[in-house]
Every structure is written in structure tokens, then in C-alpha cells.
Design a protein around this ligand. Structure first.
Ligand SMILES: *Cc1c(COP(=O)(O)O)cnc(C)c1O
Length: 374
């Protein structure tokens, strides 16, 4: 069977895990610091804190944004539940925005119409590692004094006009879940952009509401309760896995990109014949080959393709059930018809297997199967 996803783990990751096991196991030890150094070297991103997940990085961004019950936040509905749940925990009301049918990212031209005085923030998702048009979003934010948060779970290593995803807003949130490009099993990070005060506040909230980080740096002689907070720091054993992955940053990126391009070129003929719609990569976005997807001509055809591929032992998938029309979205008062593009495209999208150790033989088999099915 060709699985949908499979993490690429080598002896480097094993060696680091063994090293971590024989030193400190708790968070903020040697491998966490090494991960920051590697992330800076490989992506140019600094002012970052590792977290236990991207979900928790998003929760931390919601805490730092000081959102209150009654505040409203704009989100795409075509995303993973965590994008929104992290904010609902603060009592925020979600305002869902439709997506662009070419990128599946939030439709920046629809944001302005949704604004009202209660809206305090916009959370965007760089879907499939392809960046949203941040100049437009940041321009709205500046004029209306809004906080912007990037759910960059899928976009580690992606760039917008040469700038790393995650650094294009107030807060960027990454995922190192095993299904993402660089993995630590479960894990993530938050980037706090251009705000020293918020960075210190984030350190405190991440460490159970204490200034233990400052204590570890020798800046205070004891640590104490400073604010609300939680436990958002991952074990150094997990950070050790991430360090191995980051040392292989270019290797993993190149392998993924090669597979992505093979698919992209391979299905061109299907697009030319009107059988599918390929991913669209805007000029402003350098992507990290996180995901290969295409849009089938109908929901029925999409399900048919998935089933036929399954018969050939190829695991393909679809996602997301749009949030606004999920049971929770309906409870919040949304209706299916509210976001027609999201509904339409979520019903037609199909994702193909993409993981670093896939062979050209695997991909050719998948492409041949698709040609036959379509
Ligand atoms: C994977 C993902 C998340 C959640 O990441 P975790 O690290 O598993 O919490 C959030 N948002 C998006 C868009 C994702 O793809």
C-alpha cells in the first residue's frame, strides 16, 4: 500500500533522542535551544518559542492578543478546527470568510465587507504552504487597527515576497506534527514579531504563568507567579527529533518539491482535458511542497477517484469539512449556503500521498492510475 503520509526519520533523529534521554528531559533544555538556532539558520525566523502543538501556539496567540468575550475574529472556514477553537476558548465569536477558489486561502477581497466595530483580529491560514496575500491583509489591519495571526502550521519554510511565513503578522504559529513537513511527533512554535514586551509575556504564559525563563537566564534570583498561563513547552526529547529534522531541512524540502513537481507536471494533461483543476501558485508565494491536491469536477467524481485509488492500494484523502457547516458551526448559527465557494471546493478537493521517501515508481503508479480512472 502507498500510505498518505510517512515521516522521514533517520539515524540523526535517533542519535539526538538518545542524547536527550541521557541528559535533560524537560522543556527549554539543550535541544530546544539548538532547535531555535537551527530554525534561524534555515529559515531566518527568530523570536520564537517551541510549543506542545500548533493548537497551543494558536491558544497562546489568542491569550497574547488579550481577546475578551464579545470580541469577534475573522477566520476562513476551510481550515482545521484548531485555527478557530483556540480563539473560542477566549469567548470570541467567529466570523467566517469565504475562500479564493484558486488558492483555497481566505479571499482577501471579502474581508472588508465583514468588518464591524467588534472585530479585533483576523486569523489567516497559509493553506498547503502557499501564502495568503499578506500586503492586502496587513493594509486592512493597519487602517482598522486589527491584530493579524498567521496559522502557518503548513508553511514552515514557505515565503511571501521573500519573507518567511510566520513573520508576516503579529503572531505566526507553526506545527511540527507528524503529518507536517518537519516533525517532532506532536509540537509547534509561536513567532512573536517585533514586540519585545509580548515576547516576555509569551514566555511567562507558556511556563505556567511564571517568569521561570528569566530565572533560567539568571535575570531574576527566583521565579514566581506573574500572570495567567498554561504549560505549553514541549519535552526536550521531542525537540531532539526536531533538531534532526531541521539539520535535514534542505534534503526534506528538495525531496518533497521533487515529488510535488512530478505530480504537478503529471496531471497537467488532465487539466488540459478539463478533468481537474490544478493548484495555483501566485507569484508572491514560494511554497514548501507541503501538499499536493487537485480539484475534481464534482463531489461524486472526487469520491469515485478516492475509492478507485483505494482499490489500487493508494491512500488519498480529502479535507476539510468546512467549519461553518460542521455541527459546531451550525450551532453557532451558520448555514451551509453562507460560504458557497468553501462548500463547493471542500467537496471537490483531493489530496495525494506526499512524503519524502516516496519513489518515482510510486508516483508514476499513482499518475497512471489517475489517467485510467479519469
Ligand atoms: C495541522 C494543523 C493545525 C494543528 O496543528 P497541531 O500541531 O496538530 O496542533 C492547525 N492548523 C492547520 C491549518 C493545520 O494544518
Amino acid at each position: 500500500m502507498i500510505p498518505f503520509n510517512k515521516a522521514s526519520i533517520t539515524q540523526i533523529e535517533s542519535k539526538y533522542v538518545m542524547q536527550a534521554l541521557s541528559s535533560r528531559l524537560c522543556g527549554d533544555s539543550a535541544f530546544t535551544n539548538k532547535a531555535y538556532k537551527l530554525l534561524y539558520e534555515k529559515t531566518g525566523v527568530k523570536n520564537m518559542l517551541l510549543t506542545t502543538s500548533c493548537t497551543h501556539a494558536l491558544e497562546l496567540s489568542a491569550l497574547l492578543s488579550e481577546l475578551k468575550p464579545g470580541d469577534e475574529v475573522i477566520f476562513p472556514s476551510f481550515t482545521f478546527v484548531s485555527t478557530v477553537n483556540a480563539f473560542l476558548l477566549r469567548g470570541v465569536r467567529p466570523v467566517f470568510c469565504d475562500i479564493d477558489s484558486k488558492t483555497m486561502n481566505i479571499d482577501v477581497n471579502r474581508i472588508e465587507d465583514l468588518l464591524n466595530p467588534n472585530i479585533k483580529a483576523i486569523v489567516i491560514v497559509h493553506y498547503a504552504g502557499i501564502c495568503c496575500d499578506m500586503d492586502v491583509i496587513n493594509n486592512i489591519a493597519k487602517r482598522k487597527n486589527l491584530i493579524i495571526i498567521e496559522d502557518a502550521a503548513q508553511a514552515v519554510g514557505s515565503k511571501y515576497k521573500g519573507q518567511p511565513a510566520g513573520t508576516l503578522s503579529n503572531y505566526g504559529c507553526y506545527s511540527f506534527h507528524e503529518t507536517k513537513n518537519y516533525v517532532m511527533g506532536e509540537g509547534g512554535a509561536i513567532v512573536i514579531n517585533n514586540n519585545k514586551e509580548k515576547f516576555i509575556q509569551a514566555e511567562i504564559m507558556r511556563e505556567k504563568g511564571t517568569d521561570r525563563s528569566r530565572f533560567l537566564r539568571g535575570e531574576v534570583d527566583k521565579y514566581s507567579w506573574q500572570s495567567i498561563g498554561s504549560s505549553y513547552l514541549p519535552s526536550d526529547v521531542l525537540a531532539a527529533i526536531l533538531c534532526g529534522q531541521l539539520e535535514r531541512f534542505e534534503e526534506i524540502m528538495e525531496k518533497r518539491m521533487k515529488i510535488w513537481k512530478y505530480y504537478y507536471d503529471g496531471v497537467e494533461i488532465l487539466e488540459k482535458k478539463g478533468k481537474i483543476q490544478r493548484q495555483f501558485i501566485p507569484d508572491y508565494s514560494f511554497h514548501n511542497a507541503h501538499m499536493f491536491f487537485f480539484i475534481a469536477n464534482s463531489n461524486r467524481e472526487r469520491d469515485h477517484i478516492i475509492n478507485k485509488l483505494k482499490e489500487k492500494d493508494i491512500q488519498s484523502t480529502f479535507h476539510y469539512v468546512p467549519l461553518h457547516s460542521s455541527p459546531m458551526g451550525l450551532k453557532l448559527g451558520y448555514k451551509k449556503e453562507d460560504l458557497p465557494i468553501t462548500e463547493e471546493y471542500a467537496n471537490r478537493l483531493i489530496r495525494l500521498p506526499l512524503w519524502p521517501e516516496m519513489t518515482i515508481f510510486d508516483i508514476e503508479f499513482i499518475l497512471e492510475s489517475l489517467y485510467k480512472i479519469l
